[in-house]
Design a protein around this ligand. Sequence first.
Ligand code: KDG
Length: 336
Amino acid sequence: MKTLKFALAAGVAATFFAAVPASAQFTERNIRLSNGVNEDHPNGKGVDKFRACLADKSGGKMKVQGFWGNALGGDLQATQALRSGTQEMVVTSSSPLIGILPDLGVFDLPFLFANEKEADAILDGSFGKHISDKLETVGLVNLAYWENGFRNLTNSRRPVEKWEDFKGLKVRVMQNNVFLDTFKNMGANAVPMAFGEVFTALETKAIDGQENPFVTIDTSKFYEVQKYLSVTRHAYTPFLVLYSKKLWDGLSKDEQAALRDCAVVSRDEQRKVIRELSQASLDKIKGEGTVVNELNAQEAQRMREQARSVWDKHAATIGPETVKMMQAEIDKVRGK
Ligand code: KDG
């Protein structure tokens, strides 16, 4: 009987991991992946897909342990841990990392992308590869671009219907000079701050407002302490799915290929989920009593024109070649 049970168990195991060729080189690994949002953000679904894909490809040997809500430190701190080889992965906004790689500032230029289709085409194309190649030179392997999304302003004082309404608002921005200048240029009092400190600063009125995509405003419960949401879509932030280059170089070719393939499979899942959730998040924010206003086309155009000087000011620090390449890619996608 025991022999029969053992044979059955071996048969089931063999079926489950049948996809793993005998020659494949996989070692037992526990991959620590941290992120600043909460697990109910679509990044949670992305990590679930990534975990399942790796388990399938590695015969269960490559395991992913998720850490949420800045449990292993904020975006910049976690990214530095990758560079020193003390942590395997982080899913982070690009914006807090411009001190490590100034070229990343290109993604923070106000009103860069018009829609998600444009963002996907450029991030998943030659421009995205250009940035990923540069990231490797600073000890970071970028496996894919996930979506943080189009950013909108919330605050506790008033609706923002034209750029002049920013005047005097104390707005938290990511620790990033392009964002700092974008909001200063609008007349706001911009306050750089790590993501993990934002909710308390809003609750205590140390700041009036912040800016993030609907899904983040929802899953981080900013609506609980923000009376107004103005749909500005003033920037699009990607998430970088980073692996420590120091630890990457110790992986087999099979392990590296599995990580790259699974990061792309989970990218498509994460983008699908976040785009499905975005409207639901906006509806929920409205339902919780936050007053939502959309900018009319004329005022949105005036805001874009007012923000243009930030491009000119920061092109030199971001890297003229990178800005020029980005503009060329945008023109190509727009058929210009
Ligand atoms: O780790 C990712 C988060 O920190 C992300 O939400 C960052 O958009 C962000 C912000 O506003 O800091």
